[in-house]
Design a protein around this ligand. Structure first.
Ligand code: ZN
Length: 488
């Protein structure tokens, strides 16, 4: 599959705006999303039928060239078949923009491609299963890539193909200004509905790369480490290599209030007449009140996510602007919930993983914009277990221990700060390597001067999200993977 090449000096950025569609437009958007789902599911049925037929024929002993011809599952092939069938299976197809069906077919083409590559061993990461049918209750979205896509000059409307001009809930001035200056070019627009029932339009825009703004002075702490948590008092703890705490990002009161409300609503839903009958162990028709509670839960979840995203955006922008080297943990996606005992499971763990992924993603592109470097600690780097005072390690540390007490040097330090400081030191080791020669060209002493118990190779520099294959001999040693090099 060919990918769009981003020209030098440009970045692809999204501008997302909440919409206020009138009822007619809401129906049109829902119809487009439904059309996308229909095309996806219809073509999936077709592909599946041919694949099953081929399997059956093979079991009768037919030769390969006698089998039913294999269905093409590239996007053009799917589109061709869909266009042949649509007049019969979807006589209403003309009501929606062709982009609606294209959205569904594109998702299917990607899914089938990922599945077939994964099966042949050509795809890294977790095994990808066969694409599944899209449910009517899933996320509704449609992507427009051609036709009239623009933000209107009044900065309170956007225009999309077929749906027309929709009012936005907020001002589009930031994007409109860049379009007026000629520093932004629209690539596509994705309209989707969130769990609270609000429609959003996300413009994918090619913009000339940002520079670090003049007002953002570099902090005197060039190298920092960031520890990510879910506790209300420390969503993020930022530490310097010398052991000082630079910042502690707390959850705002609004977030803790929303989370408390969520717990109340979830308890209420559990008492109501839900879609599952625990007595007969069957599905049943849920009550109207249960539905109402569910929609409130959806809205509350969206609110919590919005508040959290806002806090994280502000914090990561400040970090990327002010510090030269930022070190964060790598998420162990594959083994996340499979190992680590009971203390690693549960909602908090899942939330922390989600927050870490979000922060890494934000820092990834923001460090590119502002010319700083993001260093990823290797998956097994023991940032929490190591004492930032003497460098010795504790074998086990339960999550309930909020402060790190060292048995060797007697140091007592906040658990999250301890981890952040260790990460900052790892980043410092990395940046010193970067100064003395090309990063990743030679062996690096494990965790600086503290443990000299072996050397590891630094990861490949300049790659994007380079992942290190699992290697048990590296457990416990320090290694760094550069995921983003300075853009300018
Ligand atoms: Zn110690």
């Amino acid at each position: 599959m060919t990918r769009f090449e981003v020209p030098d000096g440009s970045v692809v950025q999204a501008y997302r705006y909440a919409l206020d569609p009138v009822p007619r437009q809401q129906r049109m958007l829902a119809s487009h999303a439904g059309g996308s789902r229909f095309a996806h599911n219809y073509m999936l049925t077709l592909v599946k039928a041919v694949l099953d037929q081929r399997t059956a024929e093979q079991s009768y002993g037919l030769a390969v060239d006698e089998l039913t011809p294999s269905p093409g599952w590239s996007l053009p092939a799917l589109r061709k078949t869909w266009n042949r069938h649509k007049a019969v299976v979807a006589p209403w197809w003309g009501e929606n923009s062709k982009e609606a069906y294209n959205t569904g077919l594109d998702a299917l083409a990607r899914g089938l491609d990922a599945w077939s590559k994964s099966r042949k061993g050509e795809r890294a990461g977790k095994a990808v299963g066969f694409p599944r049918f899209k449910s009517a209750r899933g996320r509704r979205s449609v992507r427009f890539t051609t036709g009239t896509i623009r933000v209107e000059a009044d900065r309170h409307h956007v225009t999309l193909p077929r749906v027309g001009t929709i009012k936005t809930h907020e001002s589009t001035r930031k994007l409109a200004r860049r379009v007026d200056n000629g520093t932004a070019r629209m690539l596509s627009a994705t309209v989707s509905c969130d769990s609270a029932g609000r429609w959003h339009c996300s413009f994918q825009v090619l913009v000339t790369a940002k520079r670090r703004p003049a007002h953002a002075a570099r902090s005197k702490n060039a190298v920092i480490g960031v520890d990510v948590g879910v506790k209300a008092d420390s969503l993020m703890v930022v530490g310097a290599p010398d052991g000082t705490e630079i910042a502690r990002i707390r959850a705002p009161k609004s977030l803790t209030a929303v989370q408390a409300r969520l717990r109340v609503l979830q308890r209420r839903a559990a008492r109501q007449h839900g879609p599952y009958d625990p007595v007969t162990k069957t599905r049943r028709r849920p009550s109207k009140r249960w539905r109402i509670t569910q929609s409130r839960i959806g809205r509350t979840h969206t609110r919590a996510a919005n508040v959290r995203r806002d806090v994280l955006h502000k914090a990561t922008t400040a970090l990327a602007q002010q510090h030269a080297v930022i070190t964060v943990e790598t998420l162990n996606t594959a083994g996340m919930r499979s190992a680590g005992g009971a203390y690693k499971r549960g909602l908090n763990r899942a939330l922390a993983d989600a927050a870490l992924a979000q922060i890494r993603q934000m820092l990834g592109y923001k460090t590119c914009w502002y010319g700083s470097i993001l260093v990823s600690a290797e998956r097994f780097y023991p940032s929490t277990k190591t004492c930032s005072g003497c460098g010795r390690r504790k074998p086990n540390l339960s999550l309930s221990e909020r402060s790190y007490v060292c048995e060797h040097c007697g140091a007592e330090i906040d658990r999250d700060l301890n981890a952040a400081v260790n990460l900052a030191r790892l980043g410092e080791t990395h940046s010193r390597v970067g100064e003395s020669g090309p990063a990743g060209s030679g062996p690096v002493a494990g965790r600086g001067a503290i443990h000299k118990s072996g050397t590891v190779q630094a990861g490949p520099a300049g790659g994007c999200e380079a992942s290190t294959p699992h290697n048990p001999t590296r457990v416990g040693q320090a290694g760094t993977v550069v995921s983003q090099e300075a853009a300018a």
